[in-house]
Write a protein that binds this ligand. Structure first.
Ligand SMILES: NC(=O)c1ccc[n+]([C@@H]2O[C@H](COP(=O)([O-])OP(=O)(O)OC[C@H]3O[C@@H](n4cnc5c(N)ncnc54)[C@H](O)[C@@H]3O)[C@@H](O)[C@H]2O)c1
Length: 278
């Protein structure tokens, strides 16, 4: 039988640290797909990304044109606002969607809109595992979970600019030893640290929801890693996972593993291979 060699066409929303690595992975053939359209509201970022590629995608004038472009899948690597503002129209335009800014989905109305959009338009939304491991197991045991706790440790520099500091007395520049700066439910944590703990959102969605998932955030001036420790327990037993992530060279808030996970997720979606893992 002849093989179907039609490559999936990808549109990229967000040309920063993750978007650029994904684009390079497509361009180099690591992801079996074609990157045909990109958009970033920073024109310099999209132009810089395109300058790094052999196969040049079209830079669309706005996000609406990206959503309407002839692609099969749009990869969001931009921001929670980008998800809130565009996820539904992307699905309405009959495109699958991969979301990196997962924190946006902890707003229940957004989650429901995206879920309904998938059903109404017969499209898929993909959430890569990002900067953590073990999401497959958390999903598998979700009905037997009693407790799910995430402890994230980052250098205060990687937390700077978070909404949390607008109302807190803590000054990230003055933290001189490992300090617990926040403890609370994932639902609140992703709002206070939107660019930092998408993993809290992923865990909540995979597990027992955002009000029951607890988050502790440690600012450690002595670390150069983004560390996530997950502790889960319930009828199934106990599970402990620790990931010490090297930050991305272009964005210290983003872990290298998050980018690699996005690339692997795309390889799975776009390729015809044996699928490993649940
Ligand atoms: N799921 C995970 O585990 C995980 C891990 C790391 C980062 N993230 C998230 O992925 C996203 C991208 O991360 P990054 O490190 O590449 O960030 P980045 O800041 O390096 O790049 C984001 C790019 O998107 C653009 N952008 C932002 N909002 C936009 C909008 N509404 N429309 C168009 N362009 C927009 C910015 O101009 C920027 O160029 C962030 O939201 C980040 O929080 C998720």
């Amino acid at each position: 039988m002849p093989r179907n060699t039609g490559l999936k066409r990808i549109g990229l929303l967000g040309c920063g640290a993750i978007g650029t690595e994904i684009a390079i992975a497509v361009d180099s053939g690591k992801i079996p797909a074609k990157l045909t359209h990109v958009f970033d509201f920073s024109k310099e970022s999209s132009a810089l990304l395109v300058s790094k590629l052999k196969n040049k995608p079209v830079i669309t004038e706005n996000v609406g044109l990206l959503a309407a472009s002839p692609v099969d899948l749009i990869v969001e690597a931009a921001s929670q606002d980008a998800v809130r503002d565009n996820a539904l129209s992307i699905l309405q335009n009959r495109k699958d969607l991969m979301i990196m800014s997962v924190g946006a989905l902890l707003d229940e109305s957004i989650f429901d809109i995206v879920l309904e959009g998938c059903k109404d338009f017969g499209k898929h939304v993909y959430l890569p595992s990002g900067a953590i491991a073990g999401l497959d197991a958390i999903r598998a045991v979700k009905d037997e979970l009693d407790s799910l706790v995430l402890v994230t440790t980052k250098n205060p520099k990687a937390l700077k600019g978070a909404k949390f500091f607008e109302t807190s007395e803590i000054d990230p520049d003055k933290i001189s030893k490992p300090t617990v700066i926040y403890e609370g439910a994932a639902q609140e944590a992703v709002k206070l640290f939107p660019a930092n703990i998408n993993v809290a959102a992923l865990l909540s969605i995979a597990g027992i929801g955002s009000t029951k998932t607890r988050v502790k955030l440690v600012a450690d001036p002595n670390t150069d890693k983004n560390t996530h420790e997950i502790e889960a327990s319930g009828k199934f037993g106990r599970l402990s996972i620790k990931v010490e992530n090297v930050p991305s060279s272009s964005n210290p808030k983003t872990s290298r593993l998050a980018t690699l996970s996005a690339i692997e997720c795309l390889r799975k979606i776009c390729g015809s291979e044996i699928q490993i893992g649940t």
